[in-house]
Design a protein around this ligand. Structure first.
Ligand SMILES: NC(=O)c1ccc[n+]([C@@H]2O[C@H](COP(=O)([O-])OP(=O)(O)OC[C@H]3O[C@@H](n4cnc5c(N)ncnc54)[C@H](OP(=O)(O)O)[C@@H]3O)[C@@H](O)[C@H]2O)c1
Length: 172
């Protein structure tokens, strides 16, 4: 097994965590900061991001940047990419997500389309934009956080299944 001990030297000094205002994204941000990376926190709820940024700068000797962005807004991924262009970004944790529950036909179409976009097209665009940078520099890592619910809930939750198929990287 290959163990990477210095993430900043291996990948770059900054990591991005989308969906960092709660849950798994918030924990990713804490962990990345604890291992010495500067972290860009992305989500809509700026109050929660600012509270986390304060906690991280009290606890660790790293720099934290808060970017309040609605990733469903037109051009949001391009804006994220543009706003961090001056930073040495090495890791992107693509985690922001939403989900619906219950039978597809009981839910609103607009909400289902938003799930498809946030959990499918947004990760794809993020991986494409930052992946190109990383390929050019020949270093960088993209972590795609998805759901494993597709294993058993295809009939009840086809969206989770569909978007997880899109966002789960396959081993080579
Ligand atoms: N929880 C589980 O048991 C579990 C298990 C396996 C996989 N996962 C996967 O892990 C990921 C995160 O799950 P979680 O449970 O941590 O979810 P969560 O607590 O609901 O967090 C979702 C995050 O996404 C952000 N977000 C939602 N809509 C957004 C938008 N339009 N623009 C920007 N940010 C947005 C939210 O922030 P704002 O509301 O502030 O924007 C929040 O920070 C998902 O991909 C999920 O499928 C979860």
């Amino acid at each position: 097994m290959c163990e990477v001990t210095n993430l900043a030297a291996t990948y770059g000094e900054y990591a991005i965590a989308t969906g960092a205002s709660s849950g798994i994204g918030e924990e990713f941000a804490r962990h990345l900061s604890s291992v010495g990376l500067n972290v860009v926190l992305v989500a809509r709820r700026i109050d929660r991001l600012q509270r986390l940024a304060g906690e991280l700068s009290d606890a660790y000797d790293t720099h934290t940047i808060v970017l309040a962005l609605d990733l469903l807004a037109d051009g949001a991924v391009a804006e994220l990419h543009r706003r961090v262009a001056h930073l040495d970004i090495g890791i992107v944790v693509v985690n922001a997500a939403m989900s619906t529950t219950g039978p597809l036909v009981n839910n609103s179409l607009s909400e289902e389309l938003a799930v498809l976009r946030l959990d499918g097209a947004v990760p794809l665009e993020t991986a494409h934009r930052f992946g190109r940078d990383f390929a050019r520099r020949r270093r960088g890592a993209i972590i795609l956080v998805a759901s494993s619910l597709e294993a058993g809930q295809i009939l009840c939750n086809g969206q989770t299944c569909a978007t997880s198929q899109i966002t789960t990287p396959r081993p080579s």
